[in-house]
Design a protein around this ligand. Structure first.
Ligand SMILES: [Ca+2]
Ligand SMILES: [Ca+2]
Length: 224
């Protein structure tokens, strides 16, 4: 009887996990990617739309630290039949917008725009943040569509996400530093604090220490 119960429980857990993972996989996402370069170089950051549920309009803002990055050019991509407006490179945040002129839902996923940044002299970890008002992203029934956001980084020189002590590698000392910071035994600030956001959700908490540990245990293959 115990064996039957265990098998049944395993099957239920498997079912729950598969439902959760399929939901996660299908979740609509706006994201910018993680790129590396050296100060003075121009790097290309992609603004992507994933798992498009079907929309007729969108308006997204992208902001970045002007002390670290200079936006030199923006190219709208031909993801949809109508042009994607890329706004003015001199404004921060930059507004990326699009609407379907035939009012038909478009379900394509891919790159909305490419942003070209020149990395300034003292930059290390620079976040390229996306924000949007759900009322400005909707389908042909005027239903607002909700997207998750995954913000990317421009990493200059040897900068690495998760390398909170700045020694050039990510190891267990970095996870310990995050824990000490949370316990107020030390204070991470500036680029060291930015590096501590190892899961890239915009806040530094215990999940980041866990994220570094999982990365070191090869349970996940990337940080940020
Ligand atoms: Ca380190
Ligand atoms: Ca975090």
């Amino acid at each position: 009887m115990k064996k039957v119960t265990a098998v049944l429980l395993s099957a239920i857990m498997l079912l729950i996990c598969s439902v959760i993972s399929s939901n996660a996989a299908d979740k609509p996402i706006f994201q910018t990617n993680i790129v590396c370069g050296n100060p003075g170089e121009i790097v290309e950051v992609s603004l992507d739309l994933l798992n498009n549920p079907g929309i007729t309009a969108l308006s997204i803002d992208v902001d970045y630290p002007t002390e670290d990055l200079e936006l030199t050019e923006v190219k709208g991509c031909s993801l949809f039949s109508d042009d994607i407006s890329t706004g003015n490179t001199k404004t921060n945040p930059l507004r990326i917008s699009w609407f379907s002129s035939d009012s038909q839902n478009k379900t394509d996923s891919g790159t909305l725009a490419k942003l070209y940044f020149r990395i300034k002299g003292n930059a290390l970890l620079s976040r390229v943040n996306i924000s949007y008002n759900p009322e400005n992203v909707f389908n042909n029934a005027l239903q607002n569509q909700t997207f998750s956001i995954k913000n990317g980084w421009v990493l200059a020189g040897d900068a690495k996400i998760g390398d909170t002590n700045g020694d050039g590698s990510v190891n267990i000392s970095d996870a310990t530093e995050v824990q000490k910071h949370l316990a107020q035994l030390l204070t991470l600030s500036g680029d060291r604090l930015k590096a501590a956001d190892a899961d890239g959700d915009g806040v530094v908490n215990i999940s980041d220490a866990t994220h570094i540990q999982k990365y070191l245990a090869q349970l996940i293959d990337h940080l940020g």
